[in-house]
Design a protein around this ligand. Structure first.
Ligand code: CMX
Length: 136
């Protein structure tokens, strides 16, 4: 498998409206995109830091994965996303190596990326996302 870079770091927050001013007014970053990912029950806000993005995640539902994460563990780093070349073969390879897949096949995530999650129990406690930009 070839990882080219960290695509983004996902951070769970209770409220985008409350968190965005910290990233803009304190860190001096610019929120360039806010997008809802309905099937994941999240609203996301993106910032660029060099080649890496920060993705803030706000739950849109009390039973969403991000709401459950905040309830259990509080706000904070939720996942790390690695950009790979050939996400389907990367998934087959990590599965072959004994890592538990949450997504057995890639699906569409924010910004139109093809994404798939690996279970944190198999990745030393870090919810790990593999993603590939197959947008034209
Ligand atoms: N990072 C690390 N550990 C996590 C975690 C996270 N983000 N979320 C849950 N866990 C831990 C739980 O604390 C729990 O640990 P303990 O057993 O020690 O208590 C363990 O993982 C399993 O928890 P669970 O109760 O069995 O499962 P959950 O219902 O909490 O679901 C997970 C966990 C990772 C399977 C689920 O959150 C998931 O499917 N995530 C992938 C999809 C996702 O996160 N979508 C939101 C972002 C979408 C986007 O970026 O577009």
């Amino acid at each position: 498998m070839k990882v080219s870079h960290i695509e983004h770091i996902g951070i769970a927050v209770k409220s985008l409206d409350e968190a965005i001013p910290y990233y803009e007014n304190v860190l001096g970053l610019k929120c360039y995109n806010i997008e809802e990912v309905a099937d994941q029950k999240v609203r996301t806000a993106f910032f660029k830091v060099g080649d890496v993005k920060i993705e803030l995640l706000e739950s849109t539902s009390e039973d969403g994965t991000v709401a459950k994460f905040i309830e259990k563990r509080g706000q904070g780093v939720h996942h790390v996303a690695f950009a790979v070349e050939g996400i389907e073969s990367a998934l087959a390879e990590v599965s072959e190596k004994g890592v538990e897949l949450i997504d057995k096949a890639p699906r569409k995530g924010a910004e139109g990326l093809d994404i798939a999650f690996l279970h944190p129990k198999s990745t030393f406690g870090v919810l790990t996302e593999l993603c590939e930009d197959n947008n034209d």
